[in-house]
Each structure stands twice: as structure tokens, then as C-alpha cells.
Write a protein that binds this ligand. Sequence first.
Ligand SMILES: NC(=O)N[C@@H](CC(=O)O)C(=O)O
Ligand SMILES: [Zn+2]
Ligand SMILES: [Zn+2]
Length: 434
Amino acid sequence: MSLLIKDGRVIDPATKLDDICDVFIENNKVMKIGKDLKIDVDRVIDASGHLVMPGLIDLHVHLRDPGFTYKEDIATGSRAAAKGGFTTIVAMPNTKPPIDSSDRVNYVTVKAKKLSPVHVLQTGCVTKGMKGEEPADIRGMAKAGIAAITEDGKSVMNTRVYKDAMILARQCHLPVFAHCEDKNLVQGGCMNEDEISRAWHLPGITNAVEDVIVARDIILADEVGVPLHLCHCSTKNCYYMVKAAKEAGMQVTAEVCPHHFTLSSDDMKEGDTNYKMNPPLRTREDLEYLRKGLNEDVFDIISTDHAPHSAEEKEQGMEDAPFGIVGLETSVALTITELVKPGVITWMQMAEKMSYRPARVIRQDKKGSIAEGMDADITIIDPEAEYVIDTSTFVSKGKNTPFHGKKVTGRVSYTICDGKVVYSQSEESDADLQ
Ligand SMILES: NC(=O)N[C@@H](CC(=O)O)C(=O)O
Ligand SMILES: [Zn+2]
Ligand SMILES: [Zn+2]
């Protein structure tokens, strides 16, 4: 299969290319980039007026298989990813049972090879059974091909156990993805601790719940010498700590999720659990620091933390409903609407934060760039398309999002993975009409 993408604005962070070009793809590789390429191909895509980016990579996705497939499964989650413009997704291990052994890693990767239109990489737990007591079989899981270790959903509170696991991760050349939340401080909080939580008489989560663990993890990972990736950063002090760590030359990367750079706690609707996620929506001041950090590249990665839950679970009320919202099918539009269009980040920064930098974190040398010789994973975006987010169009089983009804600009037109079109917006709308 050969493909020619014509007349798109090609954005490549690796070579700093930002120009109207044609891209020729064959045998799962980018073969040539140039102006007015005249090549005989199986398919031509007219990308005029569109952005052509390296395939987007989401480092933080909950696919929920095994154990919670009523929330999401590998087939629906990966198709939602393709629709959202992602060609590689990294799955979190907080399933039932948790992914803490090579057999369980193999279960997901074998299934994903069969069912997923995009690349699925699995992560492994830091501790056995996610119990926080002893390191999981990190060497075994490394052999099975995990992308990182993480206890996402909670923090490893025993620092000694965490350090032992970090040493193993370093020996296996794996990064550590950190969910930062002090279990002893959080005390049943279900939203940000501020005047709104007090007015609604709901237990709050302070910034320190996150910040004290961010500080600990940066210091611990630096002492061990393992790359640390901070998940879903949401606070002002997180900005200062990541900035300082980077200035000190520490191996730290940090992600921000679209909901945290779009909404603050004063946007919440009372009793609506689609605004409940972990970490919670913070204050307007925190949000401004996230945007500042994205602009300055203190925050180098945008990931979704796609966390699907069933409608029944989300109907349990603010205190009892699970934390989390879906993100795969809204991330590109929110990034364009909230960051690129208002001038917080450039298109180049968007490609860096959603593809190039994530690829570096998980050491995917042939991804995150559309230079010649790279894997033919490409996302084509219509930057001017305007529409209203509608959960009834979601491929994901999860409809839990506060963005239903939000007017946005920017839409994925094509997702190309391994040189094949795995999602096409126009073909999807044709299918809708039939
Ligand atoms: N982010 C969330 O609110 N929920 C995630 C867990 C997590 O990412 O910490 C989940 O698994 O549902
Ligand atoms: Zn988390
Ligand atoms: Zn998560």
C-alpha cells in the first residue's frame, strides 16, 4: 500500500519543518517529503488547508481490560483513539486483576494486536497487586515489552518500596510514571478544596495532596537516576517544581490533561459527577499556571488520562461516583480551541507535546516525527472545522465528560497508522448517512 498526502501543512518537530509539502508513504515508512511530488500511488489524500502531524501519542489511557470491560475494552478504546487522532496509546495497569506480571502484559498486547487499529503499549504496576508492599516482577514485565512502570490510580506510599522498584526500572531502562496523591492527606476528598467545595459541603482535596508527592518523587527518582514522568499535573506548585527540576538537569517530564487546562473548579455544575476526576479541577490561578507551563514547555506533554466509567457508576453522587472522565475523542479539539487558537502554544508545540515528546519518553525512536525513514503514523487535522461535542457520536463506551455540548474548533480528518488509513472523518460521515 502506497499513499501520497498532498498539499498539507506538514509540521515535524524533529526537523522543525513547517511548510506546505507532499508526503509519500510506502511499506509502513515515510519515504519522501517534498513539494509537488509526482509518484504513482495506490491512494492520494488531498490535505490542502489541513495540518499534517506525526501520529499523536497518548501516554495515559485506561482501556479497562481485564476486569472492567463494561467501562471500556481494547476494541472500543483503541477505535476511540484512532478517531481522536492517536496512532499510539499507552495503557494503564489499574485493571482487575492489575497488570503486574509478564503473563498479564502479554494478555493485553496479544489482544491489542488482534483488535486494535493503532499501536497499544502496556505499562506495568510498580508493586505486586498494586498493594504498595513489594515491587512487582518488573524485570519480567520489561522482557514482555512494557513501556513504563506506574501505580496510576494511587501513589506508592512506602518510599523504600518505591525506591527499590525505581532501581529495577532503571536497570531495565524503563521510565516511572507517577500519579501523585498523598493517601494520608486526601481523606475522602472528592473535589478541589476551596470556597466552592465548602459551599457545597463536600470534602476537599488540597494542592498539597499532590504537591508533597511530586516533590518526593522528583527527589527520589533523581537519587536513583531513573527518568520520571509526572502524570496529570494540576497545581501551581507543580509548575515551579518541574521548572526547578528541569533547570537542575533532572530527568523529569510532565503531562497536563485537556480538562485541567480548560476548566477550573468554578466551572463545575453542582452534583454533576462528569466534573469529578483525580486530580480535581483546581482554581483559576492553578489553571493559568498550567497554561503558562505549557507555553514555556515546562509541561512538555499533553495526555488525556482517558478514564471511562459507566453511567450507573457516575450516577452515584459526588462523594461516591468514581473519579475520571473520557478524553480520547475530545483532546485534539480542546488543545486547538483552548491552547493553539488563543496563542498559548503554536502548532509546532502541539505536535511536540502530543507526539514528539511522548515518543521520546517511551523511547519510540521511529515515532513522533514525519521525517523520511520514520514510521508511517500520521494525523491529518482540519484546523478550522467547527462543531459541538456530542457524546452520542463517541466510539468509546464511556460518555462521562463535562464537554458534551461544548463548541470547539479543530477536528481530526484522517488517522494513518502503519501506512493505512485507520480513521477517516469523511468516510465516517458517509457511513452515518447510509
Ligand atoms: N484520573 C482519574 O480520575 N481516574 C483514573 C485513575 C487515575 O488516573 O488516577 C481511573 O482509573 O479512573
Ligand atoms: Zn492518576
Ligand atoms: Zn490515569
